[in-house]
Design a protein around this ligand. Structure first.
Ligand code: FPP
Length: 247
């Protein structure tokens, strides 16, 4: 490839299949402008729309967004309520676009803890988009990686006790099959906005070989352009999975 003429293009043959994003920095974005935190989340939802659209157009197969962690339940009640209201609004406003663009909605996390009106909308949207076979949009809601692992161990231990699983037959694949992401490829790329160098209990098992990109940009300032830049940087990395490079 001639890098001078194609330097702005992505290599379609080397796109990450699964991109996971920790969308951090809504509060800081708001504070910098002397707004309340909810204004940051509102702007954050607009960026969610833009990135979902961009990911689909680029050809990403799975986009997993960390929208609400198990730890987020400890935020002030007004903020939790506002986030739930934003989520409902998002689910209502995006259904048509998801249908038009063949996007399948999915959730990961302890969704049974969500308010009934959010759960109902999620279930409806998931059912209505179930047959869409374009991009899969995974919303991590009330999600925590350790809680997911505990749940997986309980399920497998229960089956072992019942005699339906032989403990000697437990493999990484069997473990993956008992996680919320069952049937999905692991993330190839994990992006975190707003500069913090941590994984914050996100997809702990699944990110074993993911490439990590941390940008200082606050989520409400994140854009399609920066997303594309990160995908390009991803394509220039040499993924070796612990082996030696073959070129
Ligand atoms: C982090 O900002 C972000 C969240 C707690 C959740 C992300 C939520 C959204 C982008 C909006 C809702 C999403 C959907 C899909 C409707 P922060 O508040 O932790 O920021 P801070 O670290 O600067 O305080």
């Amino acid at each position: 490839m001639n890098s001078s003429t194609h330097s702005t293009e992505l290599d379609q043959t080397r796109l990450p299949s699964h991109v996971a994003i920790i969308m951090d920095g809504n509060g800081r974005w708001a504070r910098k402008r002397l707004f309340n935190r909810v204004r940051g989340h509102e702007r954050g939802v607009e960026v969610v729309r833009e990135i979902v659209r961009a990911a689909r157009e680029i050809g990403i197969s799975i986009l997993t967004l960390y929208a609400f962690s198990t730890e987020n339940w400890q935020r002030p009640k007004v903020e939790v309520t506002a986030l739930m209201a934003l989520l409902r609004k998002f689910l209502r406003s995006e259904l048509q676009e998801m249908q038009e663009n063949n996007i399948r909605l999915n959730t990961i996390g302890e969704t049974e803890r969500l308010p009934d009106n959010v759960r109902k909308l999620l279930q409806e949207n998931m059912a209505l988009t179930e047959k869409n076979d374009g991009m899969r949009l995974n919303l991590a809601l009330s999600y925590g990686g350790r809680a997911e692992i505990v749940r997986m161990v309980q399920e497998i231990a229960g089956k072992a006790k019942a005699g339906t699983i032989d403990p000697d037959a437990i493999t990484p694949e069997l473990i993956s099959d008992h996680l919320y992401t069952k049937g999905m490829a692991d993330p190839d790329l994990m992006i975190r906005t707003s500069g913090e160098m941590r994984v914050s209990n996100f997809l702990l098992w699944q990110i074993a070989y993911a490439e990590l990109f941390i940008t200082d940009t606050l989520w409400p300032d994140f854009s399609r352009e920066e997303f594309t830049q990160i995908l390009k940087a991803y394509q220039s990395r040499d993924r070796r999975y612990g082996k030696v490079s073959d070129h």
